[in-house]
Design a protein around this ligand. Structure first.
Ligand code: GDP
Ligand code: CA
Length: 333
């Protein structure tokens, strides 16, 4: 069986680890989000691809969910001693090596898909990991920043009005912790991007397509914004099943509710399913605490089941993967 999974970072990676345990003999292709990518210190950093690669390859910092095990931060400290920032993005010494190798290969002319394959030759994630695109896509967030000055300031704006600005997703998410109002989420460059080599082919050859509990806006939404990918999934003619990242009307971790609000979607399991829509999704899993929303999702034309959706360990994630594959067979029949 061939399975295609669209994935962001932590939620996607933990689900994939469960899927591998639940379906060890399947052929899994992961289409990873690259909208979170950022250039730091002259290096190309791909947080979501690396989270998937490290998690499946056994190099992840388990507690944190991102970054390397047994990490140290000497390079970051030395950069800070030179007054060179930003200091808000956590890059450890071991992690730096990944970004150096990636940047060096990109500089030599290799596309990101080839670089990712080369990095995976070390980590052996047990899946085929493809970036959604080899073209540069960077998610930006339109926000209102609080006025820099205090009352009586001279920025020419009314007190408390703040400044409207588009900032890089990582600045919004990591530096500001989504603490300022977001008005729009824009995957800059997506409309001109082409799916990476192998992406459309994998979708076309898939037996099942899964949306793990990844962020529906800035992870899966960004992948779907690359022209051709959404259409290929909708036209694939195979079951498409998703798992809700929202449990009990709140994100399990992170601030997905903030970016959902920015695109006008309420932070509930049912609203996220309707946001994807029955044109894309055939099946949707919600957590047992959201069992009362199953009828609403089914009324929207999407087959829905309530099962435990907390990835407390690999076994729990594997059970979720089995439920997703079972629901896929149910909609196929
Ligand atoms: P990111 O790129 O690191 O933010 O990772 P993803 O986009 O893949 O996943 C983030 C989403 O995963 C968040 O919206 C969380 O609510 C969701 N998530 C994380 N852990 C769990 C879990 O155990 N169960 C469920 N259902 N969702 C989870
Ligand atoms: Ca991410």
């Amino acid at each position: 069986m061939r399975i295609v999974v669209l994935a962001g970072g932590i939620g996607g990676a933990r689900f994939l680890r469960g899927l591998k345990a639940a379906a060890p003999d399947t052929d899994i292709t992961v289409i990873g989000n690259t909208g979170d990518d950022i250039h730091l210190f002259g290096l190309k950093v791909c947080p979501d691809l690396d989270t998937v690669m490290y998690t499946l390859g056994g190099g992840i910092n388990e507690e944190q969910g991102w970054g390397r095990t047994e990490e140290s931060f000497h390079v970051k400290e030395e950069l800070a001693a030179y007054g060179v920032g930003p200091d808000w993005f956590g890059l450890g010494d071991r992690d730096f090596a990944t970004h150096i190798v990636r940047t060096q290969m990109l500089g030599a002319g290799y596309p990101l898909s080839a670089v990712t394959e080369a990095l995976c030759a070390r980590w052996k994630p047990g899946v085929r990991l493809l970036p959604m695109s080899d073209d540069r896509v960077e998610t930006h967030v339109a926000v209102t920043l609080p006025s820099q000055d205090t009352a009586g300031g001279t920025d020419g704006e009314a007190d408390g009005a703040g400044e409207r600005k588009a900032i890089h997703f990582q600045e919004y998410w990591v530096r500001l912790r989504a603490s300022v109002p977001a008005h729009a989420i824009v995957p800059v460059g997506a409309d001109q991007a082409k799916p990476a080599p192998g992406v459309l082919e994998a979708i076309g050859e898939a037996d099942v397509i899964l949306f793990p509990p990844s962020n529906p806006v800035v992870s899966i939404g960004t992948i779907l914004a690359v022209p051709g990918i959404r259409e290929a999934i909708a036209d694939a003619g195979v079951p498409v099943v998703g798992l809700s990242p929202i449990v009990g009307d709140a994100p399990v971790r992170g601030m997905a509710d903030k970016v959902l609000a920015a695109v006008g979607v309420e932070a509930t399991a049912a609203a996220v399913a309707q946001h994807y829509g029955s044109g894309l999704l055939d099946g949707w899993l919600v957590d047992t605490v959201d069992a009362d929303t199953v009828a609403r999702v089914e009324a929207a034309g999407i087959r829905c089941r309530a099962v435990p959706l907390m990835m407390t360990d690999v076994q729990a994630a594997a059970a979720m993967a089995r439920e997703a594959l079972a629901l896929a067979e149910e909609v196929r029949a």
